[in-house]
Write a protein that binds this ligand. Structure first.
Ligand code: M6R
Length: 368
């Protein structure tokens, strides 16, 4: 049932191009328009939204952090992202014109469910992004957009995450389309780019052998840092979470701009630092992140750099470069996350751990 792979996780990583394609299937009309009839909120409800909360746990929370960049850019509606266990207990400001997007692969996460109930009590509209058909969270929500990842068996979420990202993009673009705001042309262009993602992820997967080798050489690492900016910051958080949960190596993700405000103090000879570099099209950020690679390298870090094809600026400061195809900035997490999944899986395997069933963790957390 692992389809020839050593672990379900590897099988699920390999299924990502198909999972993304399935999540897009039937949701656009061929002219760059979104057709989300299944989201049973009226156009008026969606036009009235003046604030969005994205609420989730763990990896799904990281998808929400990325969604914020995209949804705010396309819709100009303010978005806050919060872990469900905090949201529920701090009396957030909610009313009829608030849209609460809850994200959950399993649809059974208790913290997320409690947050959704709280949001409904306060009269907010709740839209669930969920993978498990008919599970509790979509049943209790006002509307649902299913990710069509198929069953995810490994405790570490992979295809669940990438399809959550795609669903978040669809929600953002759909809101922009309904509200007819200034990014109309961009909506059609982004829809076309979304359809290129399965191929882009397949390309990344074809180049994973050196990443697996790199993972095997890192079995002895005792800590690791992950750095990124803009949408790559949550990708860094996700890379660190994967490594913690699978390889039991202490890892932290940081916004690269925060480096000088503390984290750089822990870098010393041989500390592995993974840097997710923004596309070169984002001139300013790109240059700043390249300087960050230089800075950590000067303190002895072993730098592992994820950069788009053709980005030669990173080469002088990278001990290892992992290439990903060019994608528009907001969609880049879909491709840059993949090598981090493979890396964590390989490091855990070479340390002799059960990749699919890491210690102390359950696939769905049904207690608060
Ligand atoms: O089923 P959910 O998406 O609600 O699960 C949320 C988290 O528990 C989950 O993403 C967890 O962080 C994973 N083990 C991450 O790989």
């Amino acid at each position: 049932e692992k389809g020839g792979f050593d672990w379900f996780m590897l099988k699920e990583i390999a299924e990502q191009p198909r999972a993304i394609a399935d999540t897009l299937l039937g949701r656009t009309d061929g002219q760059g328009k979104l057709v989300l009839d299944e989201v049973r909120l009226t156009d008026q409800d969606l036009r009235d939204v003046d604030k969005i909360f994205v609420v989730a746990c763990g990896t799904a929370y990281h998808a929400g952090l990325i969604a914020k960049y995209a949804i705010e850019h396309w819709t100009r509606i303010p978005v806050e992202v919060e872990v469900a266990s905090e949201f529920r207990y701090r009396d957030p400001v909610l009313d009829r014109s608030t849209l609460v997007v809850v994200i959950s692969q399993s649809g059974e996460t208790m913290d997320t469910l409690m947050a959704l109930r709280h949001a409904k009590d306060q009269k907010a509209r709740v839209l669930a992004i969920c993978n498990a058909n008919g599970s509790t969270i979509p049943r209790e929500s006002d509307a649902v957009l299913y990710t069509h990842a198929g069953p995810e068996v490994a405790v570490a979420s992979t295809k669940g995450f990438l399809t959550q990202l795609v669903a978040c993009y669809l929600v953002g673009l759909f809101l922009a389309q309904i509200r007819g705001i200034k990014y109309e042309d961009e909506v059609a262009a982004v829809v076309a780019e979304l359809h290129r993602l399965p191929e882009a992820v397949a390309q990344v997967l074809e180049q994973m052998e050196p990443v697996r080798e790199l993972g095997r050489s890192m079995a002895e690492a005792d800590r690791m840092l992950f750095l990124g900016r803009h949408v790559s910051f949550p990708v860094a958080l996700e890379g660190a979470l994967k490594l913690k949960e699978l390889a039991y190596i202490h890892a932290e993700g940081f916004a690269a701009g925060e480096l000088k405000h503390g984290p750089i103090a822990v870098v010393d000879e041989g500390t592995p630092v993974v840097v997710v570099v923004p596309p070169r099209a984002r001139d300013l950020l790109h240059g700043k992140v390249v300087s960050n690679i230089q800075e950590v390298r000067a303190r002895g870090a072993r730098t592992i750099v994820i950069a788009e094809e053709g980005d030669e600026d990173v080469v002088p400061y990278a001990d290892h470069v992992i290439r990903v195809p060019r994608t528009p900035t907001l969609l880049a997490p879909v491709v840059t996350t993949v090598p981090l999944q493979v890396l964590a899986c390989e490091i855990a395997d070479s340390r002799g751990f059960d990749v699919d069933q890491p210690r102390n963790l359950a696939k769905s957390v049904t207690v608060e």
